[in-house]
Design a protein around this ligand. Structure first.
Ligand code: FAD
Ligand code: SF4
Length: 509
């Protein structure tokens, strides 16, 4: 890897090396820019990944975040990662495309906000991401016959098979979901051999084979091959500006030392909570008053049932079967819709979820946990509408570097509550249709979205539709924070597509 002296001004500094930061790093480096990526987490060697959940904690962002609101979100490995590659190191790799209608929900329903451009503009970037990283999927995708996937799906695990049966029983269409993994070995340019998925089921603990398509085996090797430098264990805390308010560089903490790195352009890709926190802490790019505002999640209601036979939910790729039939349910009393996915899960993750999501305690909890091997889950990802009460602010508590910890307030509004109720009823019926017993509904929110939204007007958005700050032209944001509304789809594909789109806008200027 090429290295740059810290005395040299980089063309582009990118904070964060995940779904938002890695594609833009590759694109800018390919265009000949001197790119430096500053990543708070360490560099991992995939050979050391272990399917043991306790051992995988090193991949999680575990710095304390304070949580409030009527539906306070749990933070940790369930929604954020760290390390060279960001949260993609331990994400689940479920990779549906966003529904075009979700990007224009305000026009459709009068609720939420529209995205500042149409799906058609995003589509070429979605296709480019899928082709470059490697995505598996069915030959025929029932909700979008124009689509094709380069790799065949992995084998279905027992939860996926059960969901197929239950959908058939209720007349709901289903398919193998798009998954960001490869089922045939490939030679990935600048990375090397990526093995075919072995269906081991340990995606959330890091993929040892390079089969899961993440930033560390795709975009980042491409970036490095074109001269980008990735500095791991480098926590940015200060963003410096000149008298005109332009960014001049950043200061980051690395192994006990503060280091200054100057740059011409700065890209913030630290994820929706840390990006907002950095901007608020440095008092930047907030003439709209929207930094930290409009925090969203995905409604991720899960329904688990117990079956008569052993299902072994730890085995096989965790979430394969999908239905998009509920993207606009006919009997909906809410705007938008949700995807349904089958769920397998590792035991400790499952146990924590059950303990957190139910009131079962003592012997009742022990009895439930003992049913692990016969359990299967269904889960949704539902669209979420921005709400003025949901936000990230700086708290009065400070972290080890003396920076205020973030306080995140999260409450479901009437639309989210109605969607949760609809999904709870339907998912329960699906499991009842195939004889599940001891059915449990877990109220759960996933992902961290919003806080620096894009839009067309400087008084209501933080960045332009291309991710450029309205206030500071040499500041760009490329991560989950720029989404104006959540959209129902799992987000990584859209974040990566937007990252390439932002890179192209930067290169045009
Ligand atoms: C357990 C889990 C399962 C998931 N499953 C799926 C799935 O199946 N499909 C899907 O589409 N999405 C999934 N997601 C969500 C998806 O992974 C994230 O939405 C996406 O990766 C977020 O990208 P990002 O660029 O916004 O942030 P991240 O990928 O989180 O990147 C932010 C990076 O910035 C670094 N950073 C933060 N602050 C600083 C700082 N001050 N200085 C330097 N570096 C900093 C962090 O260490 C991190 O590496 C999952 C997420 C998790 C946690
Ligand atoms: S199931 Fe496949 S993609 Fe997931 S960790 Fe195992 S080999 Fe990697």
């Amino acid at each position: 890897m090429k290295t740059y002296p810290t005395t040299e001004t980089a063309d582009v500094v990118i904070i964060g090396s995940g779904a938002g930061g890695a594609p833009i790093a590759a694109r800018m480096a390919q265009a000949g820019k001197r790119v430096i990526v500053l990543e708070a987490g360490p560099r991992f060697n995939p050979e050391n990944y272990t399917a043991d959940e306790a051992g995988a904690r090193e991949l999680y962002w575990l710095n304390e975040r304070l949580s409030g609101g009527a539906n306070p979100q749990a933070f940790g490995g369930n929604n954020s990662g760290t390390g060279v590659g960001g949260s993609l190191l331990h994400y689940g790799a479920f990779m549906p495309r966003p529904d075009p209608r979700d990007m224009q929900l305000h026009t459709e329903t009068g609720m939420s906000v529209d995205w500042p451009f149409q799906y058609d503009e995003l589509l070429p970037y979605l296709e480019e991401v899928e082709a470059f990283i490697g995505v598996s999927g069915p030959k025929h995708y029932p909700w979008d016959p124009s689509r094709s996937y380069a790799f065949a799906p992995p084998p279905a695990n027992s939860a996926a098979l059960k969901m197929r049966e239950s959908c058939d029983a209720l007349g709901i269409r289903h398919a193998d979901g798009p998954t960001a993994l490869i089922t045939q070995a490939v030679e990935q340019p600048h990375f090397g051999k990526r093995e075919a998925c072995s269906n081991c089921g340990a995606c959330h603990q890091g993929c040892r084979n390079g089969s899961k398509s993440s930033a560390d085996n795709t975009w980042l090797p491409l970036a490095v091959a074109h001269g980008a430098e990735i500095r791991a264990e480098s926590v940015v805390h200060t963003i410096e500006t000149d008298q005109r308010g332009q960014i001049t560089g950043v200061v980051y903490h690395h192994k006990g030392q503060d280091i200054r790195q100057k740059c011409d352009q700065l890209v913030l890709s630290a994820g929706a909570v840390e990006t907002a926190r950095l901007l608020l802490h440095n008092g930047l790019a907030n003439s709209s008053g929207q930094v930290g505002e409009n925090y969203m999640t995905h409604i991720s209601t899960q329904v688990w049932g117990v079956f008569d036979e052993d299902l072994r939910p730890n085995r096989g790729y965790p979430s394969l079967t999908i239905t998009e039939d509920m993207m606009r349910p006919k009997d909906a009393d809410f705007a938008g819709g949700y995807l349904i996915q089958s769920l397998g899960m590792m035991p400790v993750t499952w146990g924590s979820l059950v303990a957190r999501g139910t009131t079962r305690r003592g012997p009742d909890l022990a009895r439930t946990l003992a049913q692990y091997n016969r359990s299967a889950g269904l889960g949704i990802h539902g669209d979420c509408i921005p709400h003025p009460d949901n936000k990230v602010v700086l708290s009065h508590e400070k972290d080890a570097l003396g920076i205020p910890k973030p306080l995140i307030t999260h409450s479901y509004g009437p639309n989210e509550l109605a969607m949760h109720a609809h999904a709870s009823k339907l998912l329960t019926s699906l499991w009842q249709a195939v004889g599940a017993k001891d059915i449990r509904i877990l109220d759960r929110a996933a992902h961290m979205i919003g806080t620096a939204r894009m839009g067309t007007k400087a008084d209501s958005a933080v960045v332009t539709p291309f991710g450029q700050s309205f206030d500071i032209p040499n500041l760009w944001i490329s991560d989950h924070s720029t989404f104006p509304s959540a959209t129902a789809a799992n987000p990584a594909l859209t974040i990566m597509a937007l990252s390439l789109r932002t890179a192209d806008a930067m290169l045009r200027q």
